[in-house]
Design a protein around this ligand. Structure first.
Ligand code: G3H
Ligand code: ZN
Length: 279
């Protein structure tokens, strides 16, 4: 199936859409397997941090993700996530990404607007969908920090001033949580949905329990970003493997399978399709 676009997947989704962060080829394969098993479109995300891991080079992991996406039997799109570097932003179009999350959320409001406006203008000139963030979602440095909130009035002004296609909002989730105990502010989600015409994006969704994710989607949260939960599944399978040989494949196979099962569960939760756990 030809590579899908983030815009088309989001526009066609009756409920929520999962956007999974991938770091390696096996991660991309696990997510694509999960999407095929559940019959659900999905977004593969490569973050600026993941590019840093790949020796600062975007193309090797982008090319691997693109090949996996193109071989899938369901729509899969590529998204470049949490970009702070303008040079990396400008590599997105040629590397097969249909969307980018440009993250100037740590800047003061006026600077966030100015940088995001420039990024959106550039992205739209290349036919890309641009997501930005307002009211910084905590935990990007690995420390759980769920306290920040996005103000609906400021968010409406931000979207009007920048022309972005989607907005990441702070409603109680936090990046890099290893336990699922985040409580979301559902009244705020409803107020943001009311105030904004663009899709809302939930970052740090690994720490959000299933019932909270379902409520958030029902209230209008559209793109659900998940990374840590899949890393936990992948790493647990490697650490739990009984295989003691040198060949990495038995451990990686177990890790890919475990990650696919975790992704399938989350896809079913967020998109509302039925899925029977295989383990
Ligand atoms: O942009 C990526 C996500 O916000 C992932 O966050 O690793 O806490 O699920 P997470
Ligand atoms: Zn994020």
């Amino acid at each position: 199936m030809p590579l899908a676009t983030t815009a088309s997947i989001v526009a066609a989704a009756p409920a929520g859409v999962c956007a999974f962060n991938i770091i390696t080829l096996e991660h991309a394969e696990a997510v694509a397997l999960a999407a095929e098993r559940t019959g659900t479109p999905v977004i593969l995300q490569v973050s600026e941090n993941a590019v840093r891991f790949h020796l600062g080079r975007l193309r090797p992991i982008a090319d691997a993700a693109r090949a996996v996406a193109a071989a899938a039997s369901v729509p899969v799109a590529l998204h470049l996530d949490h970009v702070t570097d303008d040079g990396l932003l400008h590599e997105a179009a040629d590397a097969g990404f249909s969307s980018v999350m440009y993250d100037a959320s740590r800047e003061p409001y006026e600077m966030n607007v100015a940088r995001t406006r420039a990024a959106a203008d550039w992205a739209h000139g290349c036919g890309l969908w641009l997501e930005a963030e307002l009211g910084e979602v905590g935990g990007k440095d690995g420390a759980h920090a769920p306290g920040v909130r996005t103000d609906p009035g400021e968010a409406a002004a931000f979207v009007a001033a920048t022309g972005v296609d989607a907005l990441a909002v702070a409603v109680g989730s936090s990046h890099a949580m290893t336990t699922r105990e985040a409580r979301l502010d559902h009244d705020l989600i409803a107020a943001l949905r009311e105030a904004l015409a663009v899709p809302l994006v939930l970052h740090g969704s690994s720490g959000v329990p299933d019932d909270e994710l379902r409520r958030a989607v029902a209230a209008g949260m559209k793109k659900i970003n998940i990374g840590t939960a899949l890393n936990i599944a992948f790493t647990a399978a490697i650490e739990g493997s009984a295989y003691r040989g040198a060949d990495p494949r038995p451990r990686l196979t177990a890790a890919r399978d475990r990650m696919a099962e975790a992704a399938a569960h989350l896809l079913a939760t967020v998109s509302g399709v039925a899925h029977e756990c295989r383990t």
